[in-house]
Design a protein around this ligand. Structure first.
Ligand SMILES: *Cc1c(COP(=O)(O)O)cnc(C)c1O
Length: 456
């Protein structure tokens, strides 16, 4: 046996277990090794460049190697990388907490830090539950939506509504009330697109009118259900949900982990409908896609219920409020402000939307959906009947592998092709992304046709 160092592909194959990956297939797939990033591009170990079409799983904001964020991390590193928030103050976390409260929807006054989206939601659920206990009440359940996704820890999984991801763990989960998803392309109430949204909100009201005293909070991904398939709620749905939850005295947890930080065209998705949640969860884009960090923001009323003698929120993580991550987050917010990032988005979002709409020309495109720079293209075997491909055929995965040849990295959600470039993407690169997808759909046309016919 030699002690030759293994190459990354071999090391990976022998020792690494990949997330959300059928590992039995992994070894036989052609692999890409990403060694660097620059702007909107990922660069592999052969120097080939690929457009980062899903923002490194939805978290990158201003591209890779952003001067200001790089610099902020280096400066922080010259002081300290990490010290605990248990019993001690750390300046970057205090400064970031202030910035987040100032920019968040009105009413959110306190920031609880953790490390990722799942823990942000986990903390939110525990806070909402304990808030009612603090008031001397017992509300042991939550209202959630079908197709909802809130992370992979068991509390967050309990709040999820995607059978493929969540079904296996059912015996371990707490009970929730499940309301329909405002997925109007395939309305589960069997209604036309224009009637789906309000009817879905009506179902929420029905549950609350009977169960409000058991429900600590409703948990929602505002405007777009991300992992459920880039499901864009019809206008007015979120506002209606806020009205109903208020009416029945149920708290609203807005999971802005995916939609926050400009992703939908506004800093936070709740702003589209002037909604003020009671609790808001942030992660993914918070550090510009650099380092793991998350925040759970709570209203003064909720915080005050804990701000009493003898009351403690027994929750915290070793790296809570990590100084490097908070420094990156502060720099991320500076880039937003100095670069007038949100002000410049509308023109490019319009271009993005137009190119998405044009995809409907292709034979197997059933639906296109988007809000801001969050786009989904649902591929179906028969657009006339909306008949889906057999999921065993892994059509979405096939397309996303095939587009690599055209210099783009994508990752699908089932047969929904997700398009989620960094907010910094140029007009030229938007065209590059869509030209590549159109070329790939043409390349794969014969294959899609045969797959579509197989099941007839
Ligand atoms: C990704 C995501 C999460 C989980 O975040 P992680 O950082 O992956 O744990 C939670 N909620 C939503 C809406 C997400 O998109």
């Amino acid at each position: 046996m030699t002690n030759e160092p293994l190459q990354p592909i071999e090391q990976d194959r022998r020792y690494l277990w990949h997330p959300f990956t059928p590992m039995a297939q992994w070894a036989s797939q052609e692999q890409l090794v990403i060694e660097a990033g620059q702007g909107e591009y990922l660069i592999d170990n052969h120097g080939r460049r690929y457009l980062d079409g899903v923002s490194s799983l939805w978290c990158n904001v201003h591209g890779h190697q952003v001067k200001e964020i790089d610099q902020a991390i280096k400066e922080q590193l010259g002081k300290i990388a990490h010290s605990t928030l248990l019993g001690l103050i750390s300046p970057p976390s205090a400064q970031l907490a202030q910035r987040l409260v100032k920019m968040a929807p009105a009413g959110l006054e306190k920031v609880f830090f953790s490390d990722n989206g799942s823990t942000a939601v986990e903390a939110a659920a525990k806070i909402a539950f304990q808030y009612w206990r603090n008031l001397g009440k017992q509300r042991n359940s939550f209202l959630v939506l079908r197709n909802g996704y809130h992370g992979d820890t068991l509390g967050s999984v309990s709040l999820g509504g995607i059978d493929l991801f969540h079904e296996t763990y059912k015996p371990l989960l707490f009970k929730t009330y499940l309301a329909p998803s405002p997925y109007c392309y395939r309305c589960e109430l069997g209604l036309k697109r224009t009637n789906c949204g309000l009817a879905c909100a009506q179902k929420v009201e029905e549950i609350l009118s009977q169960r409000a005293d058991e429900i600590a909070a409703m948990v929602i991904e505002p405007i777009v259900q991300g992992a459920g398939g880039i499901i864009v709620a019809p206008e007015g749905y979120l506002r209606r949900i806020r009205q109903i939850t208020q009416q029945y005295g149920v708290r609203l947890i807005a999971d802005e982990v995916a939609v926050g930080f400009g992703r939908t065209g506004k800093m936070f998705a709740c702003e589209h409908e002037d909604v003020q949640p009671d609790i808001m969860c942030l992660a993914k884009g918070i550090t510009g896609g650099y380092l793991p960090l998350a925040a759970t923001l709570a209203s003064e009323e909720i915080f005050e219920s804990f701000n009493q003698p003898g009351c403690t929120f027994y929750h915290g993580h070793t790296y809570t409020g990590n100084a490097l991550a908070c420094a990156a987050a502060l720099a991320n917010l500076d880039v937003f402000a100095k670069g007038k990032v949100l002000e410049q988005l509308p023109a490019r979002i319009e271009q993005f939307g137009k190119r998405l709409e044009q995809l409907k020309r292709h034979d197997f495109v059933g639906d296109v959906r988007y809000k801001g720079f969050m786009g989904g293209v649902e591929l179906v075997a028969d657009p006339a009947t909306k008949r889906a491909f057999d999921c065993e055929q892994r059509i979405g995965a096939h397309i996303c592998l095939a587009i690599r040849k055209h210099g783009v990295i994508l990752r699908p959600l089932g047969d929904v092709i997700v398009l989620m470039p960094p907010l910094s993407i140029s007009a030229t690169n938007i065209d590059f992304l869509f030209d590549a997808l159109e070329a790939t759909l043409r390349d794969c046309r014969t294959l899609l046709k045969s797959k579509a016919q197989q099941e007839k």
